[in-house]
Design a protein around this ligand. Structure first.
Ligand code: NAD
Length: 269
């Protein structure tokens, strides 16, 4: 069977758990070599489990420690990947954190930490990826694009979220960064898009699904009446990374079971 991402090299940030891990597995199934990024020594084992799973399935992957909020570490991750694998074709800008607090008691530290990982991290990785795409240019045997970036945003790039001002601000920022760099580099055949997940079952939002009561209440927000699985996001990422979506750039793909469809109006408002 044709593999849509055969031999392309993909860096997936924050890939030792959740959506990043699920996306790494789907990209590998589609033929990509996957760099499974993790932030701290403590998450190496979890990253290596994903690498082993990919290899057991006949794929190719490597784990790589890098804190995406640290400029020298990001530069080194891209340089090392190019040295080892020749180039980078796909960046999945996925790493993200939450530090929630009511707005009046939110510390500057909590604000800065979330912006540092969620927004600065995506900026730093996107910048290094685009430099590499421009250096290499288009090689049609790999892809008709010079490179693809997929930013993991959230429905909270458009839905305000009380008690999560730092997180929502980071995702709103990602939306405009994504569109701006999509515009800036479209002429160089670089495609930049976002995926905005709704509620996906991962460690990040465990409080929203771990009890039957919480899950029931979550369903009020989801017209499609199920929580998302990481593979829902991974499969969307494969499409956005492949030449099947070659005319798509600067777009946010909402993968949210209808969460952005104003579910409060389901019963006539
Ligand atoms: P998760 O906590 O499982 O994954 C986040 C990953 O980011 C972890 O593997 C963590 O180790 C990594 N990470 C944290 N700080 C990092 C750093 N400085 N450098 C590199 N990696 C770092 O949660 P998730 O739900 O899989 O979240 C993944 C992305 O999806 C995030 O950007 C999140 O905002 C977004 N998202 C998730 C949901 C959801 O419902 N789960 C919804 C919308 C958006």
């Amino acid at each position: 069977m044709e593999k849509k991402l055969q031999n392309q090299v993909a860096i997936v940030t924050g890939a030792s758990s959740g959506i990043g891990a699920g996306t790494a597995l789907e990209l590998a199934k589609a033929g990509a070599v996957v760099i499974v990024n993790y932030p701290f020594a403590g998450s190496k084992d979890a990253a290596d489990v994903i690498v082993s799973e990919i290899r057991a399935d006949g794929g190719n992957a490597q784990s790589y420690q890098c804190d995406v909020s640290k400029e020298p570490e990001v530069e080194k991750m891209f340089a090392d990947t190019v040295t080892q694998w020749g180039t980078v074709d796909i960046l999945i800008n996925n790493a993200g954190i939450q530090k929630d607090a009511p707005f009046t008691s939110m510390s500057l530290e909590a604000w800065n930490q979330v912006l540092a990982v969620n927004l600065n991290g995506q900026f730093l990785c996107a910048r290094e990826a685009i430099k590499e795409f421009l250096r290499r240019g288009v090689h049609p045997e790999r892809s008709v694009a010079a490179g693809k970036i997929i930013c993991m945003s959230s429905v909270h790039e458009v839905i305000p979220w009380s008690g999560h001002a730092n997180y929502a601000a980071s995702k709103g920022g990602i939306m405009m960064m994504m569109k701006t760099i999509a515009q800036e580099f479209a002429g160089k055949k670089v495609r930049v898009n976002s995926i905005a997940p709704g509620a996906i079952k991962t460690p990040l939002n465990h409080a929203a699904w771990e009890t039957p009561e919480a899950l029931q209440s979550l369903m009020n927000l989801i017209p499609y009446k199920r929580i998302g699985d990481v593979s829902d996001i991974g499969k969307a990422a494969v499409w956005l990374a492949s030449d099947d979506s070659d005319y798509v750039t600067g777009a946010t793909l909402f993968v949210d079971g209808g969460m952005t469809l104003y579910p409060g109006f389901e019963d006539n408002g």
